[in-house]
Ligand binder design. Structure first.
Ligand code: GLU
Length: 574
């Protein structure tokens, strides 16, 4: 668990519409000084500025979102980048929603024993993470190419310019970047290239504010800008696969063909309603949309607005609804190209209304089990709860352009600095540790078991929210592993039930209750509810949580950016 992150030290304010010095921080704007010309919200101000620059050049929301993803590869390498994958949700002005799945895939040679030790037991988590075994075939460049084909306006190469400038001319090491490098040294400094980027010769992390450069990454980005995705998935396939294979003990490993065969996938969005707001997000292999829609749908019969954000009952119900949603998620969610996932049935209003009857305002459920959401017979008995470990990392960004097109994109390398392997100036993900390490439980196959070519289950929840009149009002998402759907649900309850702005809804404290206990966000006002929650029967812990949400909101005739006050996030207008 990362420690709480200190507030970002703002550079002298440079308005988003002005020229921004590469690597310096533009103004963090969230408020009435933003116009209806578009908006970018990201977890790092330099990345948000890259997106705003692309919007100023006449780029679409998709163009800008790709530029943000690339810039984050440079300035927030601990969280996301071209060495990882992501999910992209696009909303057109007419309300049409499309999604692209750029999730990493397991190498073809991977199988059920991938994360089992010689004794047949699941290997220790960190043994699995560091090195080549955890690396999935990166999906972000393929995702970007597909999104650009469908919704790009500017030339592909133009989207790379801000990131290349940052990597070549340098950016200032942030507090958060330095803390991550120090706290995850086993990954950040696992290879010489990572050590050289973040550490002085004596092994100490470079001071906050140090100007870092990454010429190797600039060269890689330049090549992909010029050559397109082919430069990544063909020209570099052999070298990348060899780098991963050399760090993978055993005979099975990633091969060049795994990269050559990778394809991002256009998938149907998963949509539902909450109090007449239409909410759309990412279906399998992500558990994002099913979990958000279940948490909300099960709360629909309660008057959350009347209870309000100070009410122990409201947070109790939120906790209980999470328990039901996570029981379903654990059992059913996986890559639907490999196993049957009853995604639509899990968010069916009748099913959620039935599940909701298990909730009580004055009692904690003694136990919770997954439901039977019209499970097809073929799948009954073919899924079992896995043992996926907790995660933290990732970056969410949201962009709206002047034409009203919106993108909600979550990008990840899974944990801080991914697998610790670095290739061409970027960290390679450890996404495969999002699979269940155990392929079966009590003889029943786990839905999210490792299989060659399969995508590991995700928690990422890039989301679009439409008001009852059909207008897009919110593009939102978060980082923070399994807390992601809860962060998004909490923000939507704040926004829809409690009438908060996106900024205030993101800032609301978090209660996380995916299993048998409730975790309250340390240092938050929620801690005062501990006695009341305990009186309702909840085992309560207080802990720091890895929270980082970003959003763009339509309010009072303009787009406003929102970012998590716990993070270094920023919103920048074009
Ligand atoms: N890899 C995780 C997922 O896809 C996200 C990691 C994180 O945000 O910490 O669900």
């Amino acid at each position: 668990m990362m420690p709480r992150l200190s507030a970002f030290v703002l550079a002298p304010l440079l308005l988003g519409a002005c020229t921004t010095i590469p690597g310096e921080s533009p103004a963090r704007t969230a408020g009435p000084d933003t116009l209806a010309t578009g908006m970018v919200s990201a977890a790092d101000p330099r990345a948000a500025a890259a997106g705003a620059q692309i919007l100023r050049q006449g780029g679409s929301a998709t163009d800008a979102a790709i530029a943000v993803m690339l810039a984050l590869t440079v300035v927030e390498p601990q969280s996301s980048g071209i060495g990882g994958g992501g999910f992209y949700v696009h909303a057109a002005p007419d309300g049409t929603v499309e999604t692209i799945d750029g999730r990493e895939t397991a190498p073809a040679e991977a199988g059920p024993g991938w994360f089992l030790g010689p004794d047949g037991a699941p290997m220790p988590f960190m043994d699995a993470v560091i090195g080549g075994r955890s690396v999935g075939v990166p999906g972000n460049i393929a995702l970007a190419a597909l999104a650009h084909r469908d919704h790009g306006v500017l030339p592909w190469a133009d989207l790379f310019a801000p990131a290349i400038a940052l990597a070549r001319e340098g950016w200032s090491l942030s507090q958060r970047g330095a803390e991550f490098a120090a706290n995850a040294r086993n990954r950040s400094a696992h290879e010489a290239a990572g050590r050289a980027l973040f550490f002085d010769a004596d092994g100490t992390v470079r001071p906050v504010g140090t100007r870092l450069t990454n010429p190797a990454l600039a060269d890689t980005l330049q090549a992909i800008a010029a050559g397109g995705p082919r430069a990544f998935y063909r020209d570099r396939a052999e070298a990348l696969a060899q780098h991963v294979a050399a760090a993978t003990p055993g005979e099975a490993a990633m091969r060049a063909a795994d990269l050559q065969d990778y394809a991002a996938a256009e998938r149907e969005p998963l949509c539902g309603t909450y109090r007449r707001y239409r909410i759309c997000g990412m279906g399998p292999p992500s558990s994002g949309a099913t979990t958000v829609l279940a948490i909300l749908g099960q709360l629909e019969r309660f008057d959350m607005a009347a209870l309000g954000p100070q009410s122990a009952t409201a947070w109790h119900l939120f906790a209980e609804s999470q328990r039901l949603a996570y029981a379903d998620r654990e059992l059913y969610l996986a890559d639907s190209d490999f196993v049957s996932v009853p995604a639509a049935a899990l968010v069916d209003p009748d099913y959620l209304a039935t599940r909701s009857q298990l909730l009580s305002v004055d009692n904690r459920m003694a136990s919770v089990a997954a439901g039977r959401p019209g499970v097809p017979q073929a799948c009954a008995g073919c899924a079992a709860d896995g043992d996926e470990p907790p995660e933290n990392g990732t970056s969410h960004f949201a962009v709206v352009d002047a034409g009203g097109n919106a993108v909600s994109y979550t990008s990840t390398i899974e944990g801080p600095f991914g697998s610790g392997l670095m290739f061409g100036g970027f960290y390679l993900n450890n996404e495969l540790t999002d699979f269940s390490f155990s392929p079966q439980r009590d003889g029943v196959p786990v839905a999210n078991r490792v299989e060659g070519g399969k995508r590991p289950r995700s928690s990422m929840a890039p989301t679009m929210v439409f008001a009852p009149d059909g207008r897009l009002v919110l593009a939102i998402g978060a980082a923070g592993g399994a807390t992601i759907p809860v962060q998004v649900s909490k923000a939507l309850i704040g926004y829809i039930d409690w009438g908060l702005s996106a900024q205030d809804a993101i800032a609301l404290p978090l209660l996380f209750s995916p299993g048998d206990g409730v975790t309250l966000e340390q240092g938050s006002t929620l801690v005062t509810l501990r006695p009341a929650l305990e009186a309702l029967g909840h085992p309560v812990a207080v802990r720091d949580l890895p929270l980082k949400a970003n959003a763009v909101e339509w309010r009072d005739g303009r787009w406003i950016g929102a970012f998590d006050p716990r993070s270094e996030g920023a919103a920048v207008a074009p």
